[in-house]
Design a protein around this ligand. Structure first.
Ligand code: ZN
Ligand code: ZN
Length: 810
């Protein structure tokens, strides 16, 4: 007998597998989905390993197979194990990342008859048992639900069990089918023979009354069969009424035809040939090409300023991958997964691109998953979770905008980072990885400097005209504006620039960063921000207590009456929303047509795209938006980008605040000057001397990096250490705090008793979002090395979550 190590879908299972015996009649493979007994339940499991010996003495048998084909490849199984061990997440949660969408569905119990023993005495059965047995013998296989209809709910269960116990029937289990509502489209066709239609056309023409009907009818006679109504309408310019008239005369008929859902509509996509590479692009491409040919794992960091043509390098690297008989996965930030992005890839690889999109319906995702697994696509493109697509023969992984925070899953376990998962997957599969960014994550750049990644640089913009320079950036000191008596949201410089652009019929983007807005206080005279004496992070304002709080160490002070630096009483809460900004712009520039873009307005499936299309079509002069406007838009009419306040990200109570500010400003600035008219950027701030703002204004990643990596080293922050966040949530604030303090004492003892040097505990302190969905949250930060290994064996009571390599401390 052989045994299987199974990851079981139960919260009790946590990070371990369970041993099950494989009954002789089942053929079990690694990666297969099976039913296993667990306590008194029957649960889903995935076979991780086969072995001749069980891990424990007593094992139970696998009940059955859910799907005959293994769902996970051996590499994916190893990746799942790594995710569970590294991010300290339940093993099945990690496995589930790679299962087909909708895998965890309701299961249906079926009863089937067994051959009756020849000597079986039917009179030993009671009337209901006999009835049930006859029913299943007649049908061959019956779901418990169907049996319930005949016998009633309770009886059906009891009687089914009795028949099974007496060996007259067996139970089996199947997943409920995914209910994919088929997509139906109306088709129009002739309802009569072609000759009869010709006569009708002649008659209509002779009467001269209904020329449209004649046109449509003639069109239908020219088709080989039924045509989609939308197509017929488009080609003949006839209305529905015309078609209905033909239908009522019995000459044509409508029918509903089921069509396959296509996440990509290729109808309007024109295949595009590769572009000629610039010399910088070419040398980047050549480096990737030789790595692909070698087929050994290698990671590249492609650092290219906005507009330098990174995508063309990706596209040619993808073509090279296909040439070698391999396939690829491309990750883009969710926000960038627009039809424009998809089109670019689809135009280069017609019919060979799959899209995994959280906005696809479950049915669409499921169909796409199956087709990917069957090897139908050269390229899978998607956001974070697309890294787990079952793409066979993986040769290349591209992660565009690798610094994006959305690559980290933060809201639920496993709290994985797609970039790190990709690096692990590449390790396991021998794939080449290309991380692309205009503003690489400081940690990635550090790794490239150290030689872990190979650095490829595209230092110049590729533009079809002369304007290859980056836009000019002006930094406006808001303190100077106040001194000059200007209290408005717009500095004199920004005001003039907006007026000018509108007068020239050009477009303007106004950028506002809302995250963390109004959480810090700043002196409007000298720009001073209150910081924690112990942690040097900005203090957050808590309205309920009217206090300033450090979210790392819980240090608290009262809000000062006047500025501790300049003594003026201009201490002010900052932060305005996009709505308020929209009002102000409308008031100040009544002639401008406005468009607002933030998460409040974009809830629907394509509304990002709708807003963009509108703006691109110049149906608005000013686009007001948050982070979203910063991403990869190519808008040639935009000549001015205004950053209303650069200080919000800067003053997040987090060591990544400077990096975040630099990235945002560079991205936003990259939106300007993409057309022949060139462009300029105006950044308004109370901290014009801050290195992140100065470097962004100069488009100078190197000087930003030098300063930032220095601070990281001094303050022992990543990449020089590792962080882990432990968060406790509880309906009672004081109890939550007490539990967090207990945990700190416990961890302190562990560190002391294991004699570990270099792990530091910070906190506990209230989390930046102190109250979430009615529960209070306190957090502890661990700083050191090998934190997964340290935390792994320690018990984590209910109410606690762990986040390895958190994106921020807030
Ligand atoms: Zn502090
Ligand atoms: Zn001051």
């Amino acid at each position: 007998m052989s045994y299987a190590e199974v990851s079981v879908n139960s919260p009790i299972a946590q990070r371990r597998t369970f041993s099950y015996a494989i009954p002789p009649h089942l053929e079990i493979n690694v990666g297969q989905a099976v039913w296993v007994p667990f306590g008194d339940k029957r649960l889903q499991g995935i076979v991780l390993e086969l072995s001749p010996h069980p891990e424990v003495e007593e094992t139970r048998e696998i009940i059955g197979v859910i799907e005959p084909r293994p769902l996970l490849s051996p590499q994916q199984l190893q990746l799942a194990r790594w995710i569970s061990q590294y991010y300290l997440s339940p093993l099945f949660d990690a496995v589930a990342l790679m299962l087909p969408p909708g895998f965890e569905r309701r299961t249906i119990t079926f009863i089937s008859p067994t051959p009756l023993p020849t000597d079986f005495d039917l009179s030993t059965l009671n009337a209901e048992q006999k009835q049930a047995l006859e029913l299943i013998q007649e049908k061959g296989k019956l779901s418990l639900g169907q049996l319930e209809k005949t016998l009633g709910r309770k009886k059906a269960q009891t009687i089914a069990s009795q028949l099974v116990n007496r060996g007259l029937a067996v139970k089996s289990y199947e997943l409920e089918k995914i209910r994919v509502k088929p997509k139906m489209v109306p088709y129009l066709s002739l309802a009569v023979a072609a000759s009869e239609a010709e006569e009708a056309i002649d008659k209509l023409r002779r009467q001269g009354k209904a020329p449209k009907q004649a046109t449509l009818l003639e069109y239908l006679t020219q088709q080989s069969g039924a045509v989609p109504w939308a197509e017929a309408r488009e080609n003949t310019k006839c209305s529905k009424a015309t078609a209905d008239a033909l239908v009522s005369k019995g000459l044509a008929k409508f029918q509903e035809v089921e069509v396959r859902r296509e996440p990509i509509s290729y109808k309007d996509i024109v295949p595009s040939p590769p572009l000629t590479l610039t010399s910088a692009q070419k040398s980047a491409f050549e480096a990737i090409k030789s790595s692909l040919a070698e087929g050994k794992t290698k990671t590249f960091l492609l650092h290219g300023v906005t507009g330098s043509g990174k995508t063309e390098v990706y596209l040619q690297a993808l073509a090279e991958t296909v040439k070698l008989g391999k396939k690829a996965i491309v990750l883009v930030p969710e926000i960038a997964l627009t039809p424009q992005t998809i089109e670019r890839f689809a135009a280069r690889f017609p019919q060979r691109v799959a899209v995994l999109h959280s906005k696809l319906s479950l049915g669409e995702q499921f169909d796409e998953w199956q087709r990917i697994r069957n090897g139908q696509f050269d390229v899978v493109i998607g956001s974070r979770s697309a890294i787990f697509a079952p793409q066979p023969e993986l040769g290349l992984i591209v992660i565009d905008e690798e610094q994006e925070w959305t690559y980290k899953q933060q809201d639920k376990a496993p709290r994985y980072h797609a970039r790190d998962a990709a690096l692990k997957l590449a390790d396991l599969s021998g794939a080449t990885v290309v991380l692309g960014s205009a503003t690489p994550d400081v940690e990635s750049f550090y790794r490239a400097q150290r030689g872990d990644y190979r650095l490829l640089q595209l230092p110049e913009r590729v533009t079809p005209y002369d304007g290859s320079a980056l836009p000019k950036v002006e930094v406006v000191d808001l303190r100077e504006e106040l001194k000059a008596g200007n209290q408005s949201l717009f500095s004199r410089s920004l005001f003039q620039a907006i007026s000018q652009a509108i007068a020239n019929k050009e477009q303007v983007i106004l950028f506002l960063n809302r995250r963390g807005a109004a959480s810090f206080i700043q002196c409007r005279s000298c720009g001073f921000v209150m910081r924690c004496k112990r942690c040097d992070v900005p203090l957050s304002y808590h309205l309920t207590e009217n206090k300033l709080v450090c979210h790392q160490c819980n240090y608290r002070i009262n809000v000062p009456e006047s500025c501790p630096r300049c003594g003026r009483r201009r201490i002010k809460f900052l932060g305005i929303g996009t709505q308020r900004l929209e009002q102000e712009v409308g008031y100040t520039f009544p002639q401008a047509r406005l468009l607002r873009w933030d998460s409040d307005v974009t809830k629907g499936r394509y509304s990002h795209d709708e807003i963009l299309t509108k703006f691109r079509a110049h149906q608005a002069d000013v686009l007001i938006g948050t982070q979203m406007v910063a991403k990869g838009l190519d808008l040639p009419l935009v000549t001015l980008v205004g950053v209303v306040s650069a200080d919000t990200a800067l003053n997040l109570p987090d060591f990544r605040g400077g990096e975040r500010t630099f990235q945002l400003l560079c991205q936003v600035a990259g939106r300007a000057g993409r057309g022949v008219r060139g462009g300029r950027v105006i950044i308004q701030t109370y901290s014009p001397e801050h290195y992140a703002i100065r470097a962004a204004a100069e488009h100078d990643y190197a000087s930003f990096y030098e300063q930032e990596i220095d601070y990281r080293r001094q303050l022992r922050n990543p990449p020089f250490t590792q962080l882990a966040g432990l968060t406790c949530s509880h309906s009672h604030d004081a109890l939550c705090q007490r539990e967090a303090e207990r945990m700190k004492r416990f961890l302190d003892q562990e560190i002391a008793s294991q004699g570990i040097a270099g792990i530091e505990l910070i906190g506990p302190a209230p989390a930046f979002i102190h109250r979430l969905r009615g529960r209070f949250r306190w957090q502890l930060i661990l700083r050191g090395a090998e934190l997964s290994a340290f935390l792994s064996p320690l018990p984590l009571p209910p109410g606690w979550t762990v986040d390895i390599d958190p994106m921020g401390l807030v």
